[in-house]
Ligand binder design. Structure first.
Ligand code: FUB
Length: 463
């Protein structure tokens, strides 16, 4: 009886969630918002992003962090994850949420009270999509172990629907599955459980074809987890989050075969400047550029188990080593000049007189505002595309208690001024419009400079 009531409530909650996401999608289309910056999923907590290129698009399979529901007897201040969504994009700027693909309530072997659907992966083979995910088991295995198992769900399309197999993969206890298919067709499963483990997979992709083995020569001190292996120019890169100091940073080892031996080679990303304890990576090449997908706790600075996925470009040195990636707010992709440009997701800011803060700290998904506190403070926002239509004006959403003037310049902090916008004294967010002089077609870096201050800007848009 209780269970039925729970299911009914859950069904209405799911319907409501679906309705809300359709509504948000319609609002996004209608209002031409720009969602290309970091974090790139902006309406829910997401973590552990595994990016894959399928059919000419990038698909991201992240974990889905949620705020722990009350009265569930869950571990306090811990990860809480009940299901997975998949997202896709063609331009890395506009992302589609294809909705929930696997839920803890719908997998026979998963303890549906555990909220333990941690970092997943997905891979294509023979026209099928195999989604690998860890979770707590609801019954002990032959060795009496309950712990984490790794299961598989199958689909005909990357966005699903996915049908979970009734049993987890035999012989695997652990988290953070990652699958790699080598050029000869052999597939490998990597996962973590204290050590980083690897085993060959059978052609059916759901059974081990070799005994699990520990990958040697990785750091022995400090937690390591989240393996992600990729190949480039005949070199195999095993990437992992590892706690060298106090929190995780992203490191990598290189080898000549998918099973090693590997040699620890370097750091891909230092510890989070936002102090998020975990990080978790995937690396893909898309349209000739390599990208690092990772997470931070940008929307939840006080609780780092509610995370948000990010992307930045990644580059290799000529000897094949990876250049360190600095996390940015701007992320990747081109922003359309006629979308609401969130300049708080800046590429660079002046050394002083400027600060970014949440618009509403009780609902961080509303995003941020940029506070220009001193004269001449500036923000640089890269890669804005001006199309064939003539630009006549710039609209800015602003707040200024004393009144101020903001300049929009192109390409350099002292580059040509395309608009000087007078902002009246306001106590509420106000949209002001400035005349724009000629802007040449193409992609420009914008500089927003405070001629005088204080003034806060939420977004700006060209018309
Ligand atoms: O998201 C839960 C766990 O945190 C993942 O499985 C780990 O890789 C870490 O990111």
């Amino acid at each position: 009886m209780k269970r039925t009531k729970f299911n009914n409530q859950r069904n209405s909650a799911l319907k409501m969630e679906k309705f809300k996401s359709i509504l948000v999608g319609m609002m996004i289309l209608a209002s031409n918002w720009s969602f290309g910056q970091n974090p790139f999923i902006r309406d829910q907590f997401t973590a552990d992003p595994t990016a894959r290129v399928f059919n000419g698009k990038v698909y991201v399979f992240p974990s889905h962090d949620i705020v722990a529901p009350p009265n569930k007897n869950l571990r306090k201040d811990w990860f809480c994850m009940a299901d997975y969504h998949v997202f896709s994009s063609e331009n890395l700027t506009d992302w589609t949420d294809h909705g929930m693909i696997v839920s803890q309530n719908k997998v026979a072997w998963v303890d549906s009270t555990s909220y333990s659907m941690w970092a997943p992966d997905c891979i294509a083979r023979n026209g099928k999509y195999y989604f690998y995910f860890p979770a707590n088991k609801n019954v002990p295995d032959a060795n009496g172990r309950k712990g984490f198992g790794i299961g598989v769900a199958l689909a005909d399309k990357p966005e699903g629907p996915y049908a979970p197999l009734p049993e987890p993969i035999k012989g695997v206890n652990g988290i953070d599955p990652n699958v790699f298919i080598d050029k000869d067709g052999q597939a490998y499963l990597y996962w973590s459980m204290g050590n980083i483990m690897v085993a060959k997979l059978k052609d059916n992709m759901v059974e081990l074809a070799s005994e699990p083995q520990i990958i040697a020569n990785l750091p022995t001190k400090g937690l390591k987890e989240g393996p992600f292996l990729f190949e480039r120019d005949g070199k195999y890169y095993l990437t992992i989050p590892h706690v060298e100091n106090k929190i995780e940073r992203l490191e990598y080892a290189m080898g000549d075969t998918p099973m090693g031996p590997f040699k620890m080679t370097g750091v891909i990303m230092d510890e989070s400047p936002l102090n998020c304890w975990t990080n978790h990576q995937s690396i893909v090449q898309y349209n000739s550029q390599w990208y690092l997908f990772y997470h931070q706790d940008a929307y939840s600075p006080k609780f780092d188990k509610n995370r948000a996925v990010c992307i930045d470009s990644l580059f290799f040195n000529t000897d094949g080593t990876i250049r360190k990636v600095k996390p940015t707010n701007r992320g990747v992709g081109i922003t359309a000049a006629n979308s609401a440009i969130q300049i708080d997701r800046y590429s660079r800011i002046s050394d002083k007189g400027i600060r970014v803060a949440f618009l509403d700290s009780t609902n961080t998904f509303k995003g941020w505002r940029t506070k220009f506190q001193e004269k001449r403070a500036w923000v640089q926002y890269n890669a804005v595309k001006f199309g064939p239509d003539k630009i006549k004006s710039a609209e800015l959403s602003v707040l200024s208690t004393k009144g101020a003037t903001v300049q929009i310049r192109l390409d350099k902090p002292d580059g040509p001024i395309v608009s000087e916008v007078k902002i009246p004294k306001t106590t509420e967010w106000t949209t002001v419009v400035g005349k724009v002089s000629k802007v040449s077609r193409g992609v420009h870096n914008l500089f927003i400079v405070a001629k005088d201050s204080p003034v806060e800007v939420d977004w700006l848009k060209f018309k």
